[in-house]
Write a protein that binds this ligand. Structure first.
Ligand SMILES: Cc1ncc(COP(=O)(O)O)c(C=O)c1O
Length: 418
């Protein structure tokens, strides 16, 4: 029995199996954009541990920063004490925004979303929170009220947060929005939701992924994002962008919202922010970040080791943006070379890319599973999204040759689908 199979058997015995692995990869170690499994096989990392390892694995600058911080101190709760690193990273993060802003540190994406919900309710003194169908905002009981990319995420866990509403995302594949998704959706929001369901003066915030990641790499029309911003300003509703996946350079801009020429009120971050260590953040306009003393905190948020790594990430990622855009275009071009009749769409921004597979007008779910499994067998690690989207989120530093090789394998496996 291979070591991988042995570990997978024990995993199913000792760990709750509430999450699905796409293929039986048991990682031993990693360097750059190469993963090595416990049986000595090599793989090209085309997902960065789900969008986290932006600077690749074993990045020397990150390792040195963590080592240095380790010899100073590992932890001393920011909720009760002070340290300079927390200020340094917040200064750097807020420097990317053209408005005065403040930071609250968390440990994960879902925790950033939870904090943003509380901040929005407190600041506006309003109760309702609106999200979009097919979004993913996390799995704790507050954020789950907004998460809706698969019913299994919500099934059996109700009641969820009261006063949350979900609207359709501006996706022209939604039969109700066919042909003119932006205008139909805006009419629906203004003339139906705000006239018949909830007074907009009771809405604290609209939460929005600039590109739906888990939902299938769905990019909204630019007009829609601008309209949403207009309507939120009109009614004093906060616009919260969930940049947990799109943020920190992933889409070829520092933040995903920059692709749409709008400014949000609050930004939720995690994943790539900590360079592989658990770190999330809420960054919001200074006048909004006003939760009162004692009302919100956590023990580990802003962990010094994670912040040391984050400082490197925030210094290095801005230098990579041109290459992220260039490589992303190359990958999309190669995927567009596919002759497969099952490729419904290839889309993406920067290095957040999806290939949607459809068969007979429906999601080609088996096709996705086959492409992922066969790519894995050939040493390449894409992941899935939505019902049948092959998702690519390689490290932002991936070598061009590796990115091309990995993409070619994925494209060939798509072409083999029958
Ligand atoms: C957009 C978005 N928001 C929130 C989350 C939740 O993050 P976490 O798994 O760190 O709680 C994710 C995770 O994939 C995400 O993609």
């Amino acid at each position: 029995m291979s070591k991988s199979i042995q570990i997978i058997k024990e995993d199913s015995k000792y760990l709750m199996q509430s999450f699905k692995r796409w293929y039986p990869l048991v990682i031993d170690h990693a360097k750059g954009s190469i993963i090595y499994d416990v049986d000595g096989k090599e793989y090209i990392d085309m997902n960065s541990g789900i969008g986290v390892m932006a600077l690749g694995h074993g990045n020397e600058k990150i390792i040195n920063a963590i080592k240095e911080q380790m010899s100073n101190f590992f932890h001393y709760s920011l909720t009760d004490f002070y340290y300079e690193l927390a200020v340094d990273v917040a200064k750097k993060l807020t420097s990317f925004l053209p408005f005065s802003s403040k930071v609250f540190y968390t440990n994960s994406g879902t925790e950033s979303v939870e904090a943003a919900m509380k901040i929005a309710r407190w600041y506006t003194k309003r109760q309702y929170i609106i999200g979009f169908i097919n979004s993913f905002h996390g799995r704790t009981l507050g954020s789950l009220g907004l998460t809706s990319s698969k019913t299994v995420q919500r099934r059996g866990f109700s009641p969820l947060l009261p006063s949350t509403l979900l609207l359709p995302y501006p996706d022209s594949r939604n039969p109700l929005l066919k042909d003119d998704p932006v205008n139909r959706l805006m009419e629906y929001i203004e003339d139906w939701i705000f006239e018949k369901v909830v007074d907009p003066n009771e809405v604290a915030a609209i939460f929005f992924e600039p590109i739906q990641g888990e939902g299938g790499v769905i990019i909204p029309p630019e007009d829609f994002v601008k309209e949403l911003r207009r309507v939120t300003y009109k009614h004093g509703i906060l616009l919260v962008v969930d940049e947990v996946q799109t943020g920190i350079g992933r889409t070829g801009k520092m933040f995903g919202f920059e692709n749409f020429d709008i400014m949000p009120d609050i930004i939720c971050l995690a994943k790539a922010l900590g360079g592989g260590l658990p770190l999330g953040a809420v960054v919001g306009r200074s006048e909004i970040m006003t939760l009162p003393l004692g009302s919100h905190a956590n023990t580990f948020g802003g962990n010094p080791l994670a912040l040391a790594a984050s400082k490197v990430v925030l210094e290095e990622v801005p230098k990579l943006l041109d290459r992220v855009n260039y490589l992303g275009k190359e990958i999309i071009d190669e995927l567009n070379n596919s002759k497969s009749p099952y490729v419904y769409d290839v889309r993406g921004k920067g290095l957040m890319i999806g290939v949607e597979l459809r068969k007979n007008g429906k999601a080609f779910v088996d096709g996705l599973e086959r492409v992922l499994m066969c790519s894995f067998n050939r040493g390449v690690l894409p992941i899935g999204a939505g019902e049948s989207v092959v998702r690519l989120l390689p490290p932002l530093v991936i070598e061009e040759e590796l990115a091309n090789k990995g993409t070619r394998v994925i494209r060939e496996e798509i072409d083999k689908l029958r």
